[in-house]
Design a protein around this ligand. Structure first.
Ligand SMILES: Nc1nc2c(c(=O)[nH]1)N(C=O)[C@@H](CNc1ccc(C(=O)N[C@@H](CCC(=O)O)C(=O)O)cc1)CN2
Ligand SMILES: Nc1nc2c(ncn2[C@@H]2O[C@H](COP(=O)(O)OP(=O)(O)OP(=O)(O)O)[C@@H](O)[C@H]2O)c(=O)[nH]1
Ligand SMILES: [Mg+2]
Length: 464
């Protein structure tokens, strides 16, 4: 899909503020001519010509204001001629000294020579439109820039390298091939013979394509958690060591700890990087019926935050086990995924470790001693594993947009599976296969939808 752009765009490609070097980037048919009018090569007088720049080599010279004749800066300029550039168009970069006023003035000169200030993400959008990358790779560029944890950074790299794109492309091609065979069978049933019979079709859909989509959707859930983070709420009856656990996970004394039950009253919230998973961690008041109006409000808030949690850490005291209060609380917590944390393991010998009531269904149980920090690393690992962010094969994780499309493709194939069972005619089934193919196409950006592109690229920064 090659799209011609007639205008030339320019932007500052380096971050705002002072730095060693600042870069103005220009892309489009006029970019080399614009550079020539502003650039004077070392040892030459008068403006430069295109022949003064070997493609993809730095050239030293001065940028001069063509109106006033003022020498603005000594710079290195590079020309990358179409199509061998990031955008596939003629690209020019001016590497100047990194003063914000200087860089802005240089951009002003470039714009005065006919370039248009670029929209956010417009360079990458052009790279995509020129067919130099698929949409997942363009999204990888953005993830890479936006990454705040190393795990998110790795995920951006994998996207940019096209790992997800190739996986989706393979799946899409197989489905497309299936759709083609089905269409041939419908149109020329006598000529083509048995291109695909019902059992083969059923096996392909049920054994190959549906599981692939389910796995992509599953990984997408981890991808969304990794990009957006999760709300993790620490809950329990009073005095079991919730605040001590909060402090252990944060590695500092954030929440007040005393031996008086009912110490924590308000919600105590902090953000935390858990093996790359961004977490908002909340310590809450111990849940109990209280006469104290302040504590009661705290307990209400604790309950509300349990309802909002993505996962709850239900803390028990090893000396007390699953007592009546904890059992009542477990019923409130159980609507949400939860991990049982048995604290104060120092108070009982391992052999006297109690078992949880059989009706409880936590995702995991971890025994810790918040006083010494024992077991807290295991808890961290369990939480990262549950969020699906710690295993390396999950390096490339779909985002929300991809996951929604995979879900629609999956639903279409489920309709095919059900239709096969119900003995539907093939022309009906092939509509659903086509749907699945189209959904996978949107992931790659093969369906042109300017609104979709606007939504994706407007989240980018300017100059990217
Ligand atoms: N100075 C600078 N650094 C940068 C970029 C840039 O545009 N300028 N990039 C971008 O933001 C990234 C690098 N990405 C790039 C990707 C492809 C091409 C390119 O010219 N590709 C040609 C030539 C390939 C080759 O010689 O092997 C091509 O694919 O045809 C350039 C940059 C990161 N660093
Ligand atoms: N022996 C032992 N005591 C602990 C451990 N963890 C916490 N404690 C003690 O238990 C008491 C209560 O700890 P907190 O962290 O304040 O308990 P909490 O669950 O936040 O209590 P509330 O805020 O009142 O609901 C304090 O005296 C802690 O020092 C542990 O692992 N072992
Ligand atoms: Mg507390």
């Amino acid at each position: 899909m090659i799209v011609e752009h007639t205008d030339t765009i320019a932007a500052i490609a380096t971050p705002p503020g002072a730095g060693g070097i600042g870069i103005v980037r220009i892309s489009g048919p006029e970019s080399i001519a614009i550079l020539c009018r502003l650039f004077r090569k070392k040892g030459m007088c008068g403006p430069a010509g295109p022949a003064d720049f070997a493609s993809r080599r730095l050239t030293l010279g001065l940028i001069c204001d063509p109106v006033s004749g003022e020498e603005m800066d000594e710079v290195l300029a590079v020309v990358m001629s179409a199509p061998a550039s990031f955008t596939g168009e003629d690209v020019v970069e001016i590497h100047a000294h990194g003063g914000p006023y200087l860089i802005r003035s240089l951009l002003g000169l470039v714009v005065a020579q006919g370039a248009r200030p670029a929209d956010p993400g417009e360079f990458t959008r052009r790279a995509f439109l020129a067919g130099r990358m698929d949409l997942t790779q363009a999204e990888g560029v953005m993830d890479l820039i936006a990454a705040r944890t190393n795990a998110a950074r790795r995920m951006g790299s994998a996207l940019l390298c096209g790992e997800l794109g190739s996986e989706v492309r393979r799946l899409r091609e197989n489905l497309l091939d299936l759709a083609t065979r089905m269409a041939a069978e419908i149109d020329f049933p006598e000529d083509v013979g048995e291109l695909v019979d019902t059992t083969v079709l059923f096996r392909e859909v049920v054994e190959d394509y549906l599981p692939s989509l389910e796995s992509l959707i599953h990984r997408g859930e981890a991808g969304i958690r990794l990009r957006e983070g999760i709300r993790l709420v620490i809950a329990g009856v009073p005095n079991v060591g919730k605040s001590s656990l909060m402090n252990c996970l944060l590695d500092r004394e954030r929440s007040i700890v005393t031996d008086i039950p009912g110490t924590t009253r308000d919600l105590v919230e902090e953000s935390l990087n858990l093996s790359g998973l961004p977490v908002i961690l909340t310590d809450t008041a111990g849940i109990r019926d209280s006469e104290d109006p302040v504590e009661s409000i705290g307990v209400e808030r604790a309950r509300a935050s349990i309802l909002n949690a993505d996962r709850v850490l239900l803390v028990l005291d090893a000396g007390r086990g699953a007592d009546e209060g904890s059992c009542a609380l477990e019923k409130e917590v159980a609507s949400c995924p939860y991990v049982v944390v048995v604290n104060k393991k120092d108070l009982v010998e391992d052999s006297r470790r109690f078992s949880l009531p059989p009706s409880w269904q936590p995702e995991a149980r971890v025994d810790i001693c918040a006083r010494t920090g024992e077991g807290v690393d295991t808890l961290r690992k369990v939480l990262a594993d549950l969020a699906g962010v710690s295993s390396p094969e999950h390096a490339v994780l779909p985002n929300l947009r991809h996951t929604r499309a995979f879900e629609k493709a999956r639903d279409a194939l489920v309709r095919v599976r059900e239709g096969l069972g119900a003995g539907y005619f093939w022309d009906l089934l092939s509509v659903d296969v086509d749907d699945a193919v189209r959904e996978l196409g949107t992931v790659l950006g093969e369906v042109s939808d300017p609104d979709l592109l606007d939504r994706i690229f407007s989240d980018f920064c300017i100059g990217k």
